[in-house]
Design a protein around this ligand. Structure first.
Ligand SMILES: *[C@@H]1O[C@H](CO)[C@@H](O)[C@H](O)[C@H]1NC(C)=O
Ligand SMILES: *[C@@H]1O[C@H](CO)[C@@H](O)[C@H](O)[C@H]1NC(C)=O
Length: 198
């Protein structure tokens, strides 16, 4: 009798274990990649942030909330998109991308550590388990001041463009003159040579 009880208790434990494992295998599992799409990070200029959300699990993820607290309102303005996203349902094997645009406020520049956002979701349609996770961390970047950025890029480009436009006529005109006289000379030479032969 004791043996039978022990065995059934063991079977029960095994069952619970198998159930737990099955839940783990069939549950939703979200991977979230947080990406900064800018080539340059500049004070007072837009920074585009992408959140690529993949459900690599076997069940739909329900009631997905993504919250990114890494852009404090003290330092950043949100230009478009939001930093708190809710997705009602994300099917297994599917993905979705959310894009936000933030802008460092005037006077905010220097080293900045782009850290992770947080996500919570239910692991299946009828689950009550709230799963907590994090997005990937883009890592450290450097926000340059607008002044520095302008000094390095825009004015030079403008200067060169202006220089090119201003010098184009003065380069083009002599070239045309030279080209005309050259072709005239060549045609004289070639006609002279043609005359000699006859
Ligand atoms: C994301 O989903 C789209 C369809 O919605 C699919 O075409 C694309 O291949 C998926 N991307 C990845 C990396 O799974
Ligand atoms: C950036 O922040 C993360 C998470 O807070 C931390 O682990 C990492 O060391 C930081 N990186 C730098 C360079 O400070």
């Amino acid at each position: 009798m004791v043996k039978v009880l022990l065995i059934s208790a063991f079977c029960l434990a095994l069952n619970v274990l198998v159930l737990a494992e099955e839940e783990a295998v069939t549950a939703a599992r979200l991977l979230i990649e947080k990406q900064i799409l800018n080539k340059y990070l500049v004070e007072n200029r837009d920074i585009v942030v992408n959140y690529n959300i993949f459900n690599v699990g076997q069940s739909p993820a329900i009631d997905v909330h993504i919250t990114d607290n890494s852009f404090s309102s003290e330092h950043f303005d949100v230009m478009s998109g939001v930093l708190k996203v809710t997705i009602a349902r994300l099917g297994p094997g599917s993905n979705i991308t959310h894009t936000s645009v933030v802008r460092p406020k005037a006077g905010i520049w220097g080293r900045f550590n782009f850290t992770a956002g947080e996500v919570t979701y239910l692991v299946s349609e009828d689950s009550k388990d709230i799963q907590l996770g994090y997005t990937s961390e883009p890592g450290e970047g450097f926000i340059v001041s607008l002044k520095e950025f302008d000094r390095r890029f825009s004015p030079h480009v403008l200067d060169w463009a202006a220089f090119a436009i201003m010098t184009l006529p003065s380069l083009l005109f002599p070239f045309l003159l030279w080209y005309r006289s050259k072709s005239k000379y060549e045609s004289i030479v070639s006609s002279k040579q043609a005359n000699k032969k006859h």
